[in-house]
Every structure is written in structure tokens, then in C-alpha cells.
Design a binder for this molecule. Structure first.
Ligand code: FES
Length: 106
């Protein structure tokens, strides 16, 4: 069985627009995941890094939300325009993108 070095979970949970919690799916997370997968493949990173669709990550107010494991780095309000920076800085060079981090709750 293939084991990946990293998993990038992208919340694709979708709620109806009337729902006050909102959802990452409403904010374009399916497109984010799709483009992230494509970008990883273009750089041949898909061999070691997997972009997984996820259910609600309980970070709805910060959506679109993604989390990178095993290092447990959470990103919020991610857009398609942020993906190259996340890949370059975090996935390739190991430096999380500070401006997108979701602050830890105590
Ligand atoms: S809907 Fe994405 S974190 Fe809850």
C-alpha cells in the first residue's frame, strides 16, 4: 500500500446558503481541491503528497479551510491564488504560510 508523506485535507462540506454557519463548499473549496491536485501532479508531488477531500473541519468561520498532516498546520480563507505559495513555501520548503494560519484555540 502506498503511504504518503503528507495529506492536505480540503474541507468540501457544503451547506445550503440559508445556513448561518456557511460552508467551505459554498466558498469554492471544490475548485481549490481540484486545482491543488492538478498543481501537485504538475510538480510530481502527488507521489508523496495527497490532497484529500474532507468533511467539515469545524473551522467553518475561517473557510475555505485546509489542514496539512502530519504537521497539523491549519489554513483559513484559502483561495486558489494561495495554492502556489502553500506548495512552494510549506510543502516543498517546510515553511508554513503565516498569513493564512488559523490561530489555535486554547
Ligand atoms: S464547512 Fe468547512 S470547516 Fe466547516
Amino acid at each position: 500500500m502506498k503511504r504518503f508523506d503528507k495529506h492536505i485535507f480540503v474541507c468540501v462540506n457544503f451547506r445550503e446558503k440559508e445556513n448561518p454557519k456557511g460552508s467551505c463548499g459554498q466558498k469554492g473549496s471544490e475548485e481549490i481541491r481540484s486545482i491543488l491536485k492538478k498543481k501537485l501532479k504538475e510538480r510530481k508531488l502527488n507521489i508523496s503528497v495527497r490532497a484529500n477531500a474532507s468533511g467539515c473541519l469545524a473551522a467553518c468561520e475561517n473557510g475555505p479551510a485546509i489542514v496539512v498532516y502530519p504537521e497539523q498546520i491549519w489554513y483559513g480563507r484559502v483561495s486558489v491564488n494561495d495554492l502556489d505559495e502553500i506548495i512552494e513555501s510549506h510543502i516543498i520548503n517546510g515553511i508554513p504560510v503565516k498569513r493564512l494560519l488559523i490561530a489555535k484555540e486554547n
